[in-house]
Structures are given as structure tokens and as C-alpha cells.
Ligand binder design. Structure first.
Ligand code: NDP
Length: 264
């Protein structure tokens, strides 16, 4: 994969934790220069610290940025242009899920969940598109969820918003093919990361450690592989779709759910 990323620049939104941070690590190991963002400055600083030894310090640009704030995303894009002068790969990863049933979901939650999923892609896309259009191997790769095809009642608003995002990425793939930008997604099941760590801290059964707790969830949900995915497993699929290795693939998805998908 190395040859696909050398001299290239990737932007990873939500690159300060979990899947995004693993994608940043893998990109750096493969010779890319990487710009990452997240809202929490301290978390971003810790992430950058953890990247030491993975290459030249000048290969990393980290900037606090909320993907829902258009001005902040534009400022991030200006900083990336000033530092690297180009962008080849946009990885739209920033976000989180909402665990709530129909009864627990307020009107404003439907709106904010849909806004996060759609604008969390559209703001970065608009800001970075001019640079992507100048690349000879441009791609946009979205982190989406299997919930987009297989909704769960305990995550009802997230499922609906994920379906909207999947629909949008298919339209974008059609639209942007004319500009030579590929658009693809990964569809996740359950992946060990910051979101699950936070839920673990709030668990009712405090006797269970992380391994037992995640294995129990995987068993309860009926994940055929019997475990949650690891962030690096999601990152590997992301990098494949982002890279020229997937040069004839657009409007497509890779399932990263340990066999949980019931779709043919
Ligand atoms: P983490 O919580 O570990 O990472 C989320 C990252 O996104 C953090 O860097 C966070 O930083 C950033 N982020 C969140 N909201 C924003 C925002 N508005 N603007 C900029 N950055 C933001 O979770 P995961 O690695 O699990 O999540 C990555 C993506 O994968 C998310 O979109 C999530 O919904 C999706 N996903 C994850 C699944 C899983 O099982 N882990 C399943 C299905 C989908 P900060 O909070 O500092 O902004």
C-alpha cells in the first residue's frame, strides 16, 4: 500500500481518537502527510503526541475544528492548503452515535443527529473540494454504519440519519465522478473505540472488565465473529477505498461488521 500514499496528503476529520486516529497512524506509516481535526484541543494534543516516531513531525497538521461549524472547517482547509498545498484524500470520520429509542428521542435530537451525519460530510467536502479537484487521485471516504441498511430500534435516529448519509454519498459519487473524485464508504458494525470506552465507563455491571464486557455485547448482538472490530481493522478498509488501489471503485461500500450484515 505504501506506494499509494507517498507524497500524498490526507485529511482525517475526527482524527484525534478511535478509528480516525488509527487511520492517521496507518497513513503516516505508509508515507502520507496528514491533517487531522477534532473539537477537544487536549485530546488532539494527546493524539499528536502518540504519533511521535511515525515520521517527520512536519508531516502532521492538527487543528481544532468542529465539522458542524462551517467557518471552523474553512479555517482548517486554509491551514492545510498553507502547510501542504494539496489534498488527495478526505476521510470523513468525525461523529458519534446516539443510543435512544423512539420514546427517548426528542424532536430536536432527530434534527441534530441528521445534521451531524450530513453536514459532518458536506462542510468538509465543500471546504476541501477545490484542492481535491486538483489531485490526480482524489477520493472522499466516509465512515458510515451498517445501521444505514439495517436499522436498530435502540439507535433509531442514528439509523435514519445513517441511511440519509448513505443515500447522500451515492449521489455525491455520481455528481463528483465528473470532477474525478471518487466517493465511497465503510459500513461499520461495532468497533472498539472512544464511544465504546465511554459506554464502558457508564456500565451497570462494574464487575466485568473491558474484554468480557465487549465479548458479552458481541454475543448478545449475535456478531458471527464473536467480538467487536478493532479500530485498525476499520482503518485498513478506509485506506484501501481512499487509495488508488480502489481506482475503479466509486459509489461503493465495504462492510466491516464481523459478518453482522444480513444484506445479500
Ligand atoms: P471516537 O469517539 O473514538 O472518535 C470520534 C472522533 O470524532 C473524535 O476524534 C472526536 O473528537 C471527533 N468528533 C466528534 N464530533 C466531532 C465534530 N462535530 N467535529 C469534529 N470532530 C468531531 O469514536 P469512533 O472512532 O468509534 O467513531 C468514528 C466514527 O465512526 C464516528 O463517526 C462514529 O459515529 C462512527 N461509527 C462508530 C462505530 C463504533 O462501533 N465505534 C459504529 C458505527 C459508526 P472530539 O470529540 O474532540 O471532537
Amino acid at each position: 500500500m505504501k506506494g499509494s500514499f507517498e507524497q500524498r496528503v490526507a485529511v482525517v476529520t475526527g482524527g484525534s481518537s478511535g478509528i480516525g486516529l488509527e487511520a492517521v497512524r496507518l497513513l503516516l506509516r505508509n508515507g502520507a502527510r496528514v491533517a487531522l481535526c477534532g473539537r477537544d484541543e487536549a485530546r488532539l494534543a494527546r493524539a499528536v503526541e502518540s504519533l511521535q516516531g511515525l515520521g517527520d513531525e512536519s508531516a502532521v497538521l492538527a487543528q481544532p475544528c468542529d465539522v458542524l461549524d462551517k467557518a471552523s472547517v474553512q479555517a482548517f482547509a486554509h491551514a492545510v492548503e498553507a502547510r501542504f498545498g494539496r489534498v488527495d484524500f478526505l476521510i470523513a470520520n468525525a461523529g458519534q452515535g446516539r443510543v435512544a429509542s423512539l420514546e427517548e428521542t426528542q424532536d430536536e435530537d432527530w434534527v441534530s443527529e441528521t445534521r451531524l451525519k450530513l453536514m459532518g460530510l458536506l462542510h468538509p467536502l465543500k471546504a476541501f473540494q477545490p484542492m481535491l479537484e486538483r489531485s490526480d487521485c482524489a477520493s472522499v471516504t466516509c465512515v458510515n454504519s451498517l445501521l444505514s441498511l439495517q436499522p436498530e430500534p435502540h439507535m433509531i435516529a442514528t439509523s435514519a440519519a445513517r441511511a440519509a448519509l448513505l443515500n447522500l454519498t451515492h449521489s455525491l459519487a455520481q455528481e463528483l465522478v465528473r470532477k474525478r473524485i471518487r466517493v465511497n464508504s465503510i459500513l461499520l458494525g461495532m468497533v472498539e473505540s472512544g464511544q465504546w470506552r465511554r459506554r464502558f465507563e457508564l456500565r451497570s455491571d462494574t464487575q466485568l472488565d473491558w474484554t468480557d464486557w465487549t465479548a458479552r455485547i458481541a454475543a448478545q448482538r449475535g456478531i458471527p465473529m464473536g467480538r467487536m472490530g478493532r479500530p485498525e481493522e476499520a482503518a485498513q478498509a478506509l485506506l484501501f477505498l481512499a487509495s488508488p488501489l480502489a481506482s475503479y471503485t466509486t459509489g461503493s461500500c465495504i462492510d466491516v461488521s464481523g459478518g453482522f450484515s444480513r444484506q445479500l
